[in-house]
Design a protein around this ligand. Structure first.
Ligand SMILES: Cc1ncc(COP(=O)(O)O)c(C=O)c1O
Length: 393
C-alpha cells in the first residue's frame, strides 16, 4: 500500500493530517476537524488564513497582470517599494521570494559595498544560534550547531559572535568585516531576545568602525513584534533590513531594503525571475496597508499583552520555567524536553485541535495571526492547558 506522501522527497517528519482549508485563526483538515492555528505558517500568515484583503488583491491582480518580466517595471512592484520605504527608515527596496534569498541579497550588497567603499571588506559577523535561511551561504551565516559541516564545503567569510556580548563582536570585527547581521529576536533559536543596551551599543560600534548593520527582520518584521519593524523597539536605524514571512501574508514574497548610499549594485549584479512579481507584490501591498497602521499595531500590542499574561499564568499553574517574547512572537519554556509531545497532544485534542510549534526540545513557540481575537487567545490558552496535561505537565 503506498502512501500519498511517498511521492515527496523526504525532508522531515510530519503528522498524517492533511489540511484542506483555512479562515482566520482556524485550519480545517480533510476529515473536517478544526484546529486553532498558533503557528500560522511559522509567523507567515500575518492576517490569518485566506483574509479577504489577500483574496481580493490576488483576484484583482491576477485578472490584470500576473507577470510582466523582471526586465520591466510593473505597478505593484513600484507601489510596494514606495510603501515599504515610506513605512521604514530605508530609501530603496528590492523584492524577492524568500527570506534566504533576501538575506543572500543583503550579503551580496554588503560585499559589493565593501568592494567599492571598504577596500574589499567582505566578511559578515553573525551570531551563535542565529538563523538566516537554508541556502548554502545562509547556512554559513547562521549559527545553528552542525550547519557548518552539513553540506560541506560551505561558503566562507562568515564569523560568529555571541548575542548580547559586545566584546565578542569587537573581537570578530577586523578590516575585512563588511557587516554585522542580527536578528533582534532569534526566532528559530527559541525566541531569544537581544537586549536593548546591546543593540544600541552594537549600532554605535558598527557606525564607529564603518561596518554595516544588517537587520534580519524576516520573522520579526511587519507587525509581528507590535511595531511595524522590530528595530523600532531599540530606537536605532539599521543600514540594511530584510523582510519575508509576514510581508506576503502567506504568499512567497520577501524584500531587501537599504539606505540610499548603499544603492550600489551595478546593473545585472542582482536579480531573479520572480523578483518583483506583480501578483506577489500586490498581495504584499495589501498586507502592509492592513498591518502598518497605528490602530492595527495597537491591537497587536493588546493581544500580545493578553497572550503574555495568559502564558505566565499557564507557566505558574503547570510548573513551567516561564514565558518570553516580543509582541506576538512568544515562547513557553518547559522544565523537561517534551515540547514535541505537547505539540502532538495539542494536534490530537478533540473536538478541536491546537497547532503549536516546538523549535527546541524544551520550548513551545507561539506565532498567532496578528488579528487573532481576544476570545481566540483565551480558547488557545485553554487548549494549551489541556495539551500540557495530556503530556503530563
Ligand atoms: C530570521 C529568519 N531569517 C531567514 C529565514 C529564512 O526564510 P525563508 O525560509 O523564507 O528562506 C527565517 C525562516 O525561518 C528566519 O526566521
Amino acid at each position: 500500500m503506498t502512501h500519498p506522501a511517498d511521492a515527496l522527497i523526504t525532508i522531515t517528519q510530519r503528522p498524517d493530517t492533511v489540511f484542506a482549508s483555512g479562515r482566520g485563526s482556524w485550519l480545517t483538515d480533510e476529515a473536517g476537524k478544526r484546529h486553532l492555528d498558533l503557528v500560522q505558517g511559522w509567523a507567515v500568515n500575518s492576517l490569518g488564513h485566506c483574509p479577504d484583503v489577500i483574496t481580493q488583491a490576488l483576484l484583482a491582480q491576477s485578472q490584470r497582470l500576473v507577470n510582466a518580466s523582471p526586465a520591466y517595471f510593473n505597478r505593484p512592484l513600484l507601489d510596494l517599494a514606495q510603501r515599504l520605504v515610506a513605512a521604514s527608515c530605508f530609501d530603496r527596496a528590492f523584492l524577492a521570494s524568500s527570506g534566504a534569498e533576501a538575506n543572500e541579497g543583503a550579503v551580496k550588497l554588503a560585499r559589493r559595498w565593501g568592494s567599492v567603499a571598504r577596500d574589499g571588506a567582505h566578511e559578515i559577523v553573525g551570531f551563535d544560534q542565529g538563523f538566516h535561511g537554508r541556502t548554502l551561504a545562509m547556512m554559513s551565516a547562521s549559527g545553528k550547531p552542525g550547519w557548518n559541516e552539513l553540506y560541506a564545503p560551505m561558503p566562507t567569510g562568515f564569523l560568529k559572535a555571541r548575542l548580547n556580548d559586545l566584546a565578542s563582536v569587537e573581537r570578530a570585527l577586523n578590516p575585512r568585516t563588511a557587516a554585522v547581521m542580527i536578528e533582534f529576536v532569534q526566532g528559530e533559536a527559541g525566541v531569544v531576545l537581544a537586549d536593548r543596551g546591546f543593540v544600541r551599543e552594537l549600532r554605535a560600534l558598527t557606525a564607529e568602525r564603518g561596518v554595516l548593520l544588517i537587520a534580519d527582520e524576516v520573522q520579526t518584521g511587519i507587525g509581528r513584534c507590535g511595531t511595524a519593524f522590530a528595530y523600532e523597539h531599540f530606537d536605532i536605524e539599521p543600514d540594511v533590513m530584510t523582510l519575508a514571512k509576514g510581508l506576503g501574508g502567506g504568499v512567497p514574497l520577501a524584500a531587501l531594503l537599504c539606505k540610499e548610499h548603499l544603492n550600489c549594485f551595478r546593473p545585472g549584479d542582482q536579480g531573479g525571475t520572480f523578483c518583483g512579481n506583480p501578483l506577489m507584490a500586490a498581495v504584499g501591498l495589501a498586507v502592509v496597508d492592513a498591518v502598518c497602521s497605528d490602530a492595527f499595531l495597537a491591537g497587536v500590542r493588546e493581544r500580545a499583552a493578553q497572550l503574555s499574561a495568559g502564558l505566565q499564568a499557564v507557566a505558574r499553574d503547570h510548573g513551567l520555567v516561564g514565558e518570553r517574547g516580543l509582541g506576538l512572537l512568544r515562547a513557553l519554556e518547559l522544565p523537561v524536553p517534551c515540547a514535541e509531545e505537547v505539540v502532538k497532544a495539542a494536534l490530537a485534542l478533540a473536538p478541536v485541535g491546537l497547532l503549536l510549534n516546538a523549535p527546541r526540545p524544551h520550548l513551545l513557540r507561539l506565532m498567532p495571526a496578528l488579528n487573532i481575537s481576544a476570545a481566540e487567545i483565551d480558547e488557545g490558552l485553554a487548549l494549551l492547558r489541556r495539551a500540557l496535561r495530556e503530556a503530563q505537565l
